[in-house]
Design a protein around this ligand. Structure first.
Ligand SMILES: Nc1ncnc2c1ncn2[C@@H]1O[C@H](COP(=O)(O)OP(=O)(O)OP(=O)(O)O)[C@@H](O)[C@H]1O
Ligand SMILES: [Mg+2]
Length: 204
């Protein structure tokens, strides 16, 4: 049976024992990862959200690499930087605040130094598309997480929400639909291939 939101919160709270734990939420574009992660963090005292999306490469670097046309694909992120951050987050150092980046959707650019993670934070929730890939620079991620959830709502619902979100952030509808079909859904298939590696499946 699909876990309720309250059951997910209870599960996250149980993880958040003294000592640092990392919870990862994976899923295809538009699955609702950021929304769920924000709600979990709001419900678990002292927890902090560190999105994988903060490791989007800057637009200028994507253009230099010739990858701007498929922003969001696995090789358009600084995956090794994300892995290095997760390693730091696993081993808190007394008196040291670790800073994580955010992705600013209104700019479509990352922003460094945006999320402070003090050493006494019991639970770090991280979320993103590629947490469960077992290839290339993403492969170390799963072992750095204490528990992983895969969020997989009905695909038609997911695609509809994704188009609406692109429109809300200013894309004309036809362009939003094309971007979802030609870019987001290509990435969605890659993400779907990693679903079986999760500890828990959440249909939302
Ligand atoms: N349970 C829900 N009910 C209704 N709308 C939702 C729900 N969860 C998410 N949404 C909406 O669906 C859209 C996609 O959600 P969200 O941005 O959280 O997905 P995501 O998995 O983080 O996507 P991405 O991989 O692109 O970052 C958003 O507009 C969000 O407000
Ligand atoms: Mg998101």
């Amino acid at each position: 049976m699909d876990p309720s939101f309250d059951a997910l919160v209870a599960r996250a709270r149980r993880l958040s024992v003294p000592g640092r734990r990392l919870l990862g939420i994976a899923g295809a574009p538009g699955a609702g990862k950021s929304t769920l992660a924000e709600r979990i963090v709001a419900a678990v005292p002292g927890s902090v959200l560190v999105p994988m999306d903060g490791f989007h490469l800057a637009q200028a670097e994507l253009e230099r690499l010739g990858r701007a046309g498929r922003k969001g694909a696995p090789d358009t992120f600084d995956a090794a930087g994300y892995v290095a951050l997760l390693r730091r987050l696993r081993e808190p150092v007394a008196d040291e605040v670790v800073y994580a980046p955010l992705f600013r959707r209104e700019w479509e650019e990352p922003l460094a130094g945006a999320v402070p993670v003090p050493p006494d934070v019991p639970l770090v929730v991280t979320e993103g598309n590629y947490l469960l890939l077992d290839t290339g620079p993403w492969a170390p991620v799963q072992d750095l997480l204490d528990e992983t959830w895969f969020l997989a709502p009905d695909p038609a619902t997911r695609v509809r929400r994704l188009v609406e979100r692109h429109v809300r952030y200013g894309r004309p509808r036809a362009e939003a639909e094309r971007w979802v079909a030609e870019s987001d859904e290509v990435n969605a298939r890659v993400v779907e291939g990693s679903r079986a590696r999760a500890d828990l499946l959440v249909r939302g």
